[in-house]
Design a protein around this ligand. Sequence first.
Ligand code: ZN
Length: 479
Amino acid sequence: MTRKIYVTTSIPYVNAEPHVGFALELVQADVIARFNRLLGREVCFQTGTDENAIKNTVAAAQQGLPTRELVDRNSQRYRQLLIALNISADSFVRTTEDRHRIGVHALWQGLDPHDIYVKGYQGLYCTSCEDFYSEKDLVDGCCPEHGTKAVKVDEENYFFRLSAYQQQIEQLLVSSKVQVVPKTRLNEVLSFVRGGLADFSVSRPAARTKGWGIPVPTDTSQVIYVWIDALVNYISGLGFGSTDKWTQWWNDDIEKVHVIGKNVWKFHAIYWPALLLSAQLPVPDCVVVHGFVTAEGRKIGKSLGNAIDPFGCVETFGTDAVRYYLLRAIPAFEDGDFSIQRLGQLYQTDLANGLGNLVSRLTALCGRANFGAHEFTGVPDGPKDYLTALDRYEFDKATAVLWNIITDLNRQIELAKPWELLKRKDLGCLRERLHHWIGELYRLAYWLGPLLPTTSSRILEIFSHPEPRITSQLFPRLR
Ligand code: ZN
């Protein structure tokens, strides 16, 4: 295991308010960052916003706003989402920042000159994906993901010689030098690569983007394709092109992990490593791919108007309850549904009745038995299955392991009938039990830190006192 780890989310485009799908990605990446800090590793965790996409100019025009104003406002909302979800990011990069433009230019100019050429191009283009489609991949002429009509585009672009990297990319994937998690996703990526990698267009006419975006350094009539631009955030945010600091977090001695959604693996597991190879820079070590979040059983679309508002959920249920739902009820790598009703149920059963009840019972018993719990300090052994699960990015499984312990402890307490021990004044026996239970709770609370950080520190706080006392319920009754 390397001493240092660099973790990123993808950067969402900011044409609308954040939705709960991106909340999932933030929370997953945050768990990786917090877990590794707990293990004593040095961590850099970066997120940010993608502001150069044409989608942003389209959305701004629809709302009658200057693009700059729209991206400023919405980028700010994403920053607020980090606070709402208690995301421990160390770095936030906006692609409209100077340092990012400098980084993108530095990468473009660092590419092997043989890999860039100009070509006339005709293609079918989805402005939502900002990507070209072949006729056969479209559904009735529409984008398979967005259902909107693909536009016929005829223009002259710069191209990147991706075809030259097919074997190297395949080798990186097969050898796990670039790991793709889960395995099923790796197989999908590999079969795409083996199907043949075509060169792809890496610029757009500036006229079409109305000048929005980062110009090609040597040709201002073209702007750099937003996906190239966006990928560079992973190093521009570290200072690539401006200072040498970026090498502290992007070199071969550092584990570099990208957390992304299943719709963008082509860019992260193929285009990005190829660009880095061309520029003779280190490639990422791991691409962790989550599924899509549906809202109340239906696909979330910013345009479909059924996006669940993550801020509203946090306001009603609290940060840690929303984190719990995203980690436990959404499978780590598959699609999952976000349902407010189900969130309410889990709040009651798992959080209030499960963990909340365990903590309040044990504090009450400590008081009655005069048991001081403060002797528990230091780093307790992590439950083995939990450690393994987080090592494999199986967030749902790791959370389930801790909740099995909670269920088990609650059952042990019921069976031991501590209130009868109290009545019989069998304090010796009760204290012995309490010693075991609170030791277990301490261990549980400690390792809960990466998942539900606030709840974890509150429990550790309660039991760090000679006379543990709860000042307010961990999971109060919902109004
Ligand atoms: Zn599309």
